[in-house]
Design a protein around this ligand. Structure first.
Ligand code: NAD
Length: 310
């Protein structure tokens, strides 16, 4: 009986906050995802503070945003005025304590749990109490990351896809403690940046990467076992399955370190040998051949056109 009485009380306690207005966004990590997130937020009228532990990454991120906005102007997707306004909306932030007046901070740093935990430890004391923290993690438990903050109820997975300005989807993942106000405010925010939502439960790698990464890992096994070379595997999937990119080309685009981290999270989190990361993927990451971002992965990007490395 007690249980039955308590349920409505717990529910109303979850919904008592009205969704708060999000105006200013902090983005932590200015790599390929962070700069893409900053780009779409600024273009949608939000003020953005862009942070990275490596200051040069912020400069490089701003240059990438500027180049991508210019391309959008040349393709007549946006006006020159929109481009200029978007650029003005982004401010570099060298330290996390500069994010103090953000309404939402999206963490888009390296896919390593200890890196993310350290960021939340340093970030939380700087934030106002009502600020929401989102993480762009591809695979790590939202509930576990939330527990590393002072606000698990205002913590949520906001998983943008790569490249952010072009991809329509954002996966939204609630941790066990995420409250309704946070979920609603985040949903509204994603609508304002012009993306569609798919809601995923908090299980390793969520929906898209639970399906996509084992396919990429299998393509790497196909290479490792000599079934086909890089060119044959990518051609087979592009022309034979109508994928816009071959799986190895896609792995290079995602970043082989990120691919390996996602497979490790799937393997550890679901304890099923079908998720075992391919030893060849491990070898490429150990070599520092991380794909496009280091100019070498399953292809070598240092010349005029990509050349397969196997
Ligand atoms: P990236 O390697 O391009 O960028 C990561 C950035 O994080 C780097 O600039 C690095 O300097 C920065 N960083 C590391 N430690 C930091 C710290 N303590 N404080 C601030 N910045 C720090 O990686 P990415 O591809 O942009 O991935 C970022 C996140 O987005 C990861 O969680 C990844 O899983 C996720 N993600 C990636 C993709 C993809 O296709 N690459 C897609 C969706 C989500």
């Amino acid at each position: 009986m007690n249980d039955v009485k308590e349920r409505p009380v717990a529910r109303s306690a979850r919904t008592e906050h009205t969704p708060h207005l999000i105006r200013k966004i902090g983005v932590v990590g200015a790599g390929q995802m962070g700069n893409g997130i900053a780009h779409v937020c600024a273009l949608s009228g939000f003020h953005v503070l862009l942070n990275d532990v490596v200051p040069e990454r912020i400069t490089a991120g701003l240059a990438t945003i500027s180049g991508n906005l210019a391309r959008q102007v040349s393709r007549q997707r946006i006006s020159e005025e929109q481009r200029q306004t978007a650029i003005k909306h982004i401010t570099p932030a060298k330290a996390l304590d500069e994010l103090g007046d953000c309404d939402l901070v999206i963490e888009a740093a390296t896919e390593k749990e200890d890196v993310k935990r350290k960021i939340f430890g340093a970030l939380c004391p700087a934030l106002k109490p009502e600020a929401i923290i989102g993480t762009n993690t591809s695979s790590i438990s939202i509930t576990r990351l939330a527990a590393a903050t002072d606000r698990p109820e205002r913590f949520i997975g906001i998983h943008f896809m790569n490249p952010v300005p072009l991809m329509e989807l954002v996966e939204l993942i609630r941790g066990i403690a995420t409250d309704d106000a946070t979920f609603e405010a985040t949903k509204q925010f994603i609508g304002k940046v012009g993306k569609q939502i798919a809601v995923s439960e908090d299980f390793p790698a969520f929906i898209v990467n639970r399906i996509l990464l084992p396919m990429i890992n299998e393509a790497i096994y196909t290479l490792y076992e000599g079934v086909g070379n890089v060119e044959a595997i990518d051609t087979a999937m592009r022309l034979g399955a109508h994928h816009p990119m071959g799986p190895l080309e896609l792995a290079d685009f995602i970043g082989l370190d990120t691919c390996l981290s996602v497979m490790q999270v799937l393997h550890e989190g679901l304890a099923d040998s079908k998720y075992r990361p391919c030893p060849l993927l491990v070898k490429y990451v150990e070599a520092g051949w991380l794909g496009r971002k280091t100019q070498r992965g399953f292809y070598d990007y240092r010349g005029e056109r990509p050349v397969p490395t196997r």
